[in-house]
Ligand binder design. Structure first.
Ligand SMILES: [Zn+2]
Length: 258
């Protein structure tokens, strides 16, 4: 299996997610309760979005991406400042997160919410803990940090592209990884448009984002450890597609040995 913790042990939560997904298939009727939040954090280009995109396709799973739940005007305001780097204030974050959680809890079809690149700070970690305690007191939080060597990160940054046509971002700053066409790697496999680097991958912005992550992760760890939640580290040097694929197999089939 590609998903290996630093200690060499498979993640216990994978086992749990797999069981939840299996029970989804047999549980044809009745509301689904939010059982778990799985926060995927890590530096830029670690593969967070690719991983959550894949896992989010499983029955009963959904993905929270903060900026998708924030008013356009606020996104636009943060986009113009290199210093802010798209940073959103705590009240905006609280509203977005609570609104999203309330909606999926009310919808009663989600057992696992995957958090893509969230929380982004110790404060946001506290907000997440508080929101779940209030809205889904029976749920548990798992936090996985994707750990990748610098050389691998740099290569991923150089290679990754987004599609402005497929991802109609409100402030023209698409983030989702686009698949290059087999015939022409510069074009989108889906719509054949020319692909572009991510705006935030420009060297100066990227350096600032890397630095911010390095500072933030300590606060995130402290916040979770304060309530007894361990931040699990996942070796993500192999392609994110592989990690997702391994996790997918575990999620999809109950009989797969861990
Ligand atoms: Zn496209």
């Amino acid at each position: 299996m590609g998903l290996v913790l630093r200690s060499g042990q498979p993640i216990e939560l994978v086992k749990q997610m797999r069981q939840s997904s299996s029970s989804m298939k047999t549980r044809k009727s009745g509301p689904v309760i939010l059982e778990r939040a799985l926060a995927i954090i890590g530096p830029p280009a670690a593969g967070k979005t690719t991983l959550t995109m894949r896992l989010g396709q499983f029955p009963g799973c959904c993905v929270f991406r903060l900026r998708e739940h924030v008013p356009e005007t606020l996104l636009a305001a943060t986009a113009t400042s290199a210093e802010r780097l798209g940073w959103l204030d705590d009240l905006t974050v609280t509203r977005a997160l609570r609104g999203y959680l309330e909606a999926i809890i009310h919808g009663s079809t989600t057992h696992t919410v995957l958090l893509d690149n969230f929380p982004g700070s110790g404060t946001q970690a506290h907000l997440l803990i508080a929101a779940l305690r209030r809205l889904a007191p029976a749920s548990v939080i798992h936090v996985v940090e994707l750990v990748v060597d610098q050389a691998v990160l740099q290569r991923r940054v150089r290679e990754r592209r987004v599609c402005h046509r497929c991802e109609q971002d409100p402030i023209h700053d698409p983030r989702l990884p686009a698949e290059p066409s087999p015939a022409d790697a510069q074009r989108c496999a889906r719509c054949n448009s020319i692909l572009h680097p991510r705006r935030g991958d420009a060297p100066r912005l990227l350096a600032a984002r890397m630095e911010r992550y390095a500072e933030a992760v300590a606060g995130i760890r402290t916040a979770f450890e304060g309530v007894g939640i361990e931040v699990l580290q996942c070796d993500a040097n192999h392609p994110p597609e592989e990690i997702a694929s391994d996790l997918s197999l575990l999620l999809a089939t109950r009989s797969t040995p861990l």
